[in-house]
Design a protein around this ligand. Structure first.
Ligand code: SF4
Length: 251
């Protein structure tokens, strides 16, 4: 059928084998762009993602919800940064400019993860669990299955059963009610397995600070291997995190 080959050729992205225009242009993160630092910069950020220490301004992408307030208030000092390869193997590696200790920490994590996931390189199954999301992350996770992203072509599948899964993909801030189900789901995964914190909410809670009902992200609940920032993260960013988790991309 000609329409099948046309769909495969024209619609489906070739990423990650070849750069994709949409992925490369998407404003997925925020970066400081100058050496200028003022305490007012931290004040405009609703999530505490901007830190000003010793005249150095840093953005913690694990806290950034991409609201754009810093870019609007300080257009010469912050900008949206395009690109989708934004997942990282260490929580500290989400801070820009990079902290001194980050490089060594990431290398150690990459070596350990690479040894642990050697058996998962060819084909993996993912169990997704929502532990208190607003629903935005789930739209992006679902999009991974549509003809544009089509993760099946990369040997990546979703499964309803944690017993068949290699990767636990977690979205949401981590409600206290989901603490136990999350732990039980992780227990049910066969080893080796990988845990991905997908989205700013799962990484830090985003706008939601710890309360009687919520944690500030999932790091206190389960050991996280890969961190995918974004509010929500794009399908390309999620895909980058998955490929990073199984060692099919190195950074
Ligand atoms: S985009 Fe919003 S959340 Fe992100 S660093 Fe700027 S002000 Fe903070």
């Amino acid at each position: 059928m000609p329409w099948i080959s046309r769909g495969a050729r024209v619609v489906t992205t070739r990423w990650p084998r070849r750069a994709d225009q949409y992925a490369d242009r998407f404003p997925a993160t925020v970066s400081p762009t100058s050496a200028f630092a003022s305490p007012e910069m931290a004040e405009v950020c609703p999530t505490g993602a901007i830190r000003v220490d010793d005249d150095q301004v840093r953005v913690d992408r694990g806290r950034c919800i991409l609201c754009g307030r810093c870019v609007r208030h300080f257009p010469r000092h912050f900008r949206f940064t395009p690109g989708s390869e934004i997942a990282r193997l260490a929580r500290d590696a989400l801070v820009v400019p990079e902290l001194d200790k980050t490089d060594g920490a990431v290398r150690a994590v990459r070596d350990e993860l690479s040894a642990r996931t050697r058996a998962l390189r060819r084909s993996v199954h993912i169990r997704h669990i929502d532990v208190g999301s607003d629903g935005a992350d789930e739209w992006e996770v679902l999009a991974l299955l549509n003809p544009i992203y089509d993760v099946h072509r990369l040997g990546i599948f979703f499964t309803a059963s944690p017993r068949h899964a290699d990767i636990l993909l977690v979205t949401g801030v981590g409600t206290r009610g989901m603490r136990e189900p999350l732990a039980r789901t992780l227990d049910a995964l066969p080893r080796p397995c990988v845990v991905i914190a997908a989205g700013t909410d799962a990484i830090s809670g985003g706008l939601v600070h710890p309360t009687y009902a919520t944690h500030g992200g999932i790091a206190d609940l389960v050991p996280v291997d890969v961190w995918v920032p974004g509010s929500p993260p794009t399908p390309f960013s999620l895909l980058h995190g998955i490929l990073l988790a199984i060692g099919r991309m190195s950074s």
